[in-house]
Structure formats: C-alpha cells, structure tokens
Ligand binder design. Structure first.
Ligand code: SF4
Length: 292
C-alpha cells in the first residue's frame, strides 16, 4: 500500500490523567503549528478522507483548535478520542462549526469506584457531567471502555449505564499490557472465557462495538494503518507508539509517504512473522519487543 488507509495522529503526548492502563510513557512532546501544517498538507495531497485525532489528551494541545479548523478547511473529516475532561461550551461550538458530530470518550467503569481506580480520583463525576453536557448539546458520544481484570465482570452494568447516559454507542476494548502489568490488570483465562460468552450475547446489538480478535491475519498495523506521533515519527499503530517507531522523522525531506514506504524500522515490522495479535498470541508484548 502506497499510503496508509487509516491514519491516527497524536497531536500531543501531554495528558492531565495518569491512567493505570495507559500505553504511553512519554508526556512531553507536542506538535508545533509548522509541523502540523506539514502533516495536514500531505494528508490533503494524499486525499486522506478522515483522520483520528488522539494523544495524550488532544484537547490539551496548544494547536488543537488550529488543527481542527485546518483539517476541516481541507475537507478532511476528523474523529476525536478524548478523556472528556476539558469539554466546554466553546469546545462544543468548535466541534459543531467543523462538522464534528461524534466524539469518543473513555470511561473505565459504571461508577466512580471502578473508573477512578484506573483514571484517578474524581474523574468519573467530572467526565460523566461532560458526557451529559455533550449529549444534551446534540453531539453523539461513543463511550470507550477498556475491559481489564478489575472491571470486566461488570460488563452488564456498563451496558446499562451507557444506555442511561443515552450515548450513541459503547465500544469495548481489551486491556493489552504493553508496559509491565504492575497493577494486575491483565485479563486471565477465566476473564477471557467470560468475555467471549458476553461478546456473543452482545453481538447483535447495533450500538455496541465489540473488539476484534486478530488471530490468523494481520490486524493492519503498519500494513494499512498508521500512527503519526507528536515527535514526527511514524508507528504501525497507536498501541505501539512507544516501542516501534520509524527511524526517520517527517520533515521537508521525508514525507509520511516516504517514511511509510522506506523506513527500515517499519520494513522490519512488516517482515516480522505474524503470530496473532497480542490479544490472541501466546506471547506477551515483551516477547514481541525482543523480536522487533
Ligand atoms: S487519558 Fe489516555 S493518554 Fe491520558 S493517561 Fe489516560 S489513557 Fe493515557
């Protein structure tokens, strides 16, 4: 593939949370306006239809408003994944002005005890208030819930809570211990069995998005999906942003396209035998790191 089909873009590493399940260790880098312009120009030139803006917490990026306006001016649709903390009336107006009708917000449980254990004290109440504000303002909210050992048994309560919040959809993701699992959040075999049964129960629900288990074929990381990092490197996917990234940086001499096609680290990633996604592989991520 000459240019990635799915483009995610971390416009900042900075975040106001320190979630226990975060896969990002860096919290310093942030995109400059000059670099943002370079990326937007190329996405436009390559006719990318949609880009997923992420972070860190994207609403903390000092060029957030500029980037959202610029992408819209270029006719590029924007998806935003946020922790939901910084939603204000002005931010909602910005979304509406730029045709952004759906926002993804993460919540790690149906009550403060469960969510705040992962995301930090007081976050549940604040995020839920902002979700209600968004919904009542006519913005669709996709609620993202990462299932881990501590919260997975409450999947039914999460579904009920999402219904009560009147969100547009509930997306379940699976916790992947990219870094050391010091908090014991890794799903064990019993959890996985329980969840597989639950997923088949919920498979017919059109507003519940279930995780995909990539066991036989590549998930698309580095094949048709990419992550543009805030330090101007390129990774095969957002989860790998700390561990697998291009040697080359996007600049006046190296376009995203050039890096995508020629960077040695990305080539090495593609040549690696695919042993199933980290969800289904017998290997843990540390084994992948050794192989990469
Ligand atoms: S909100 Fe997202 S980026 Fe911030 S610490 Fe939590 S998981 Fe990491």
């Amino acid at each position: 593939m000459k240019f990635p089909l799915i483009v995610k873009w971390a416009i900042t590493d900075k975040c106001n949370f320190s979630c226990k399940h975060c896969y990002r260790s860096q919290r310093k880098k942030e995109i400059s306006r000059e670099n943002a312009n370079m990326i937007i120009e190329e996405l436009h030139k390559e006719r990318v239809g949609c880009v997923a803006i992420t972070g860190g917490e994207p609403l903390m990026a000092k060029e957030f408003i500029y980037i959202i306006n610029s992408l819209h001016e270029k006719g590029i649709e924007t998806e935003i994944a946020t922790n939901g903390y910084f939603i204000t009336k002005d931010i909602i107006s910005l979304f509406k002005k730029n045709g952004i009708s759906t926002i993804q917000i993460s919540l790690e449980g149906y009550n403060s005890e469960q969510n705040d254990y992962i995301r930090g004290c007081g976050t549940f109440e604040h995020i839920v208030r902002n979700i209600r504000f968004l919904v009542s303002s006519g913005i669709n909210v996709v609620l993202a819930n990462t299932l881990n050992h501590a919260n997975c048994k409450d999947i039914d309560n999460m579904v009920k809570f999402a219904n009560d919040l009147r969100v547009a959809a509930l997306r379940f993701e699976i916790y992947i211990p990219i870094r050391d699992d010091i908090n014991g959040l890794r799903l064990d075999e019993k959890d996985m069995q329980f969840l597989k049964n639950k997923f088949s129960e919920y498979s017919g629900y059109k507003n519940i998005i279930l995780p995909v288990f990539h066991s036989a074929i590549n998930c698309g990381a580095g094949e048709y999906m990419t992550m543009i990092n805030s330090d101007m490197t390129v990774s095969p996917c957002d989860l790998l942003c700390d561990h697998v990234k291009s040697e080359l940086h996007i600049d006046n001499e190296h376009s995203i396209k050039y890096i995508w096609q020629n960077d040695l680290e990305l080539k090495k990633w593609r040549q690696r035998p695919f042993d199933g996604c980290m969800l289904t592989s017998k290997n843990h991520f540390t084994d992948y790191r050794r192989m990469a």
